[in-house]
Design a protein around this ligand. Structure first.
Ligand code: AMP
Length: 205
């Protein structure tokens, strides 16, 4: 399964991608994680990305498109993957379309996590407080405001882009984590049908 998780910063994309990875074996490909690793390693890409990321702006398209192109050609991506944080704008989505077409592959679905902006700051502050080794450089009020602005201006148009292609599925990202996972499984047709049948038979909830 090739999947995109779409939603603003703090919507829970990373958490849900990790859960799907653990449960179904689709690997989570997070451009944010890859870029943070590049920053930590002090590579050329990391050096280019560091200050851009810290202020909440988008890293140039050619860098992230290059990272993703390289990553999805590795053998472990053949079984499927969940893109978390990519694409972030229409040109990246078009580049992804071209990449997939070149490989004779296509996206199965784009799942949008719908979240109210108002609660995002609170979630990010909680994440910053709980992160072992200190908060991310961009988990502060100023950078978050910038990341939200960038999301609305550049990433939100992807909702219409994928709606137009018939691949968009939306779930309520305001629900608790387990419920969001259930909704994602339902829109992807991954619900445990055997389990449901057993539950009906035994009357267990
Ligand atoms: P994330 O972990 O997805 O919130 O990403 C953290 C930061 O990495 C973003 O605020 C951007 O600066 C950068 N980044 C991650 N993914 C992309 C992308 N697809 N395009 C451009 N910049 C990205």
């Amino acid at each position: 399964m090739r999947l995109i998780l779409l939603g603003p910063p703090g919507a829970g994309k990373g958490t849900q991608a990790k859960r799907l990875e653990d449960k179904y074996g689709f690997i989570q490909l997070s451009t944010g994680d890859m870029l943070r690793a590049a920053v930590a390693a002090g590579s050329d890409i990391g050096k280019q990305a560091e200050t851009i990321m810290a202020r909440g702006d988008l890293v140039p398209n050619e860098i992230v498109v290059g990272i993703i192109a390289e990553r999805i050609s590795q053998p472990d991506a053949a079984k499927g993957y969940i893109l978390d944080g990519f694409p972030r704008n229409v040109p990246q989505a078009e580049a992804l379309d071209a990449m997939l077409e070149g490989r004779g592959a296509k996206l199965d679905a784009v799942v949008e996590l719908e979240v109210d902006d108002g609660i995002l700051l609170q979630r990010i502050e909680t994440r910053a407080a709980e992160t072992v080794g200190g908060p991310r450089a961009d988990d502060n009020a100023e950078a978050l405001a910038k990341r939200l602005k960038v999301y609305h201006e550049q990433t939100a148009p992807l909702v219409a882009y994928y709606k137009g292609k018939g691949t968009l599925r939306s779930v309520d990202g305001m629900k608790d984590m387990d419920e969001v996972t259930r909704q994602i499984e339902a829109v992807l047709g991954l619900s445990n049908k055997k389990g449901n049948w057993l539950k009906r038979l035994t009357g267990k909830k």
